[in-house]
Design a protein around this ligand. Structure first.
Ligand code: PCP
Length: 275
């Protein structure tokens, strides 16, 4: 089949978007389209310029025989602010109020289109760092973790709060979740991570940060390195957060159960200046 340039551009763009953070040799495209490498290079220059102009992402090129091209997802600041506005509008609805100052978020966490965009926001914030694994704790953090992992092309590990035979031999630690103010256990299969891996931890909600801190402690048991922390919603609270550096998209400032009002604002994402 002879491919016209317009057909090559559409097909290679689709392939690049489907394979983020993956080095693709130019020979892959030249063989697929039966085209000279020089034509493929011209095609990729057009894609690169359009991606960068439209804020879709970066196309980096690695020279040499083992080289190739890699699509790095990026999100423009105005897009991140739009997602934050949508999240605030949704989370402000008074029927989301739950006893104890919690918000019902499960519908948002189950919205694939929204989670895909949230995943791309955090993936673009960490796209220039070495990330080997995305870690979260069951249950509500799982959809965010998979969304980030898809855009960074890395695996997800899910920490459990109970031990299961199906996990094989495990490592466990105890921690205090500020949200529940009770000692809980985190359990992770020994097969989940290798020593020295760099891990991005994520979750849907962070109050005092006890859960995040528990996952940080778990990394130490695996001799892994914390690359960063990304939470969808952080809750304003009197105590000092148990974790230092983190990114949040939305901040829950105040919940008034009597008046059934919820005050939210942008999280610290923009002050961190990484998008
Ligand atoms: O910062 P902290 O004070 O520790 O609280 C944040 C925890 C609590 C809550 O999880 P749960 O609703 O307890 O559990 P699940 O995600 O399984 O619903 C939330 O999803 C975070 O994981």
């Amino acid at each position: 089949m002879k491919w016209k340039r317009s057909e090559r551009l559409v097909d290679m763009t689709y392939y690049l978007l489907e394979h983020p953070h993956q080095l693709i040799p130019l020979t892959y495209f030249s063989e697929l389209y039966s085209s000279a490498k020089s034509s493929i290079s011209e095609d990729l220059t057009i894609v690169k310029e359009t991606f960068e102009e439209k804020g879709i992402g970066l196309l980096t090129t690695v020279p040499g025989a083992a080289g190739g091209v890699k699509y790095i997802p990026r999100m423009a600041e105005h897009e991140v602010r739009q997602i934050t506005r949508e999240l605030i509008a949704e989370l402000s609805q008074s029927d989301r109020l739950l006893p104890g100052g919690y918000l019902f978020m499960t519908d948002l966490l189950g919205n694939p289109e929204l989670m895909n965009r949230v995943g791309k926001v955090f993936a673009s914030a960490f796209g220039d760092q070495k990330i080997d694994v995305i870690m979260t704790v069951a249950t509500k953090g799982i959809s965010i973790a998979h969304a980030i992992a898809r855009h960074l092309n890395v695996p997800v590990v899910v920490v459990r709060r109970d031990s299961k035979v199906t996990e094989g031999s495990t490592v466990s630690i105890n921690y205090v979740s500020g949200s529940s103010r009770r000692i809980q256990t985190m359990v992770l299969s020994k097969r989940s991570m290798k020593s020295g891996q760099r891990v991005l931890i994520t979750d849907d909600f962070m109050k005092v940060g006890g859960t995040m801190n528990g996952m940080k402690n778990l990394l130490e048991e695996f001799d892994c390195e914390l690359a960063g922390i990304a939470v969808l919603v952080e809750a304003e609270h009197a105590d000092e957060t148990l974790v230092g550096d983190y990114y949040s998209l939305v901040k829950l400032q105040e919940v008034n159960e009597k008046d059934r009002t919820i005050a939210l604002s942008e999280g610290n994402f923009f002050q961190k200046g990484r998008n």
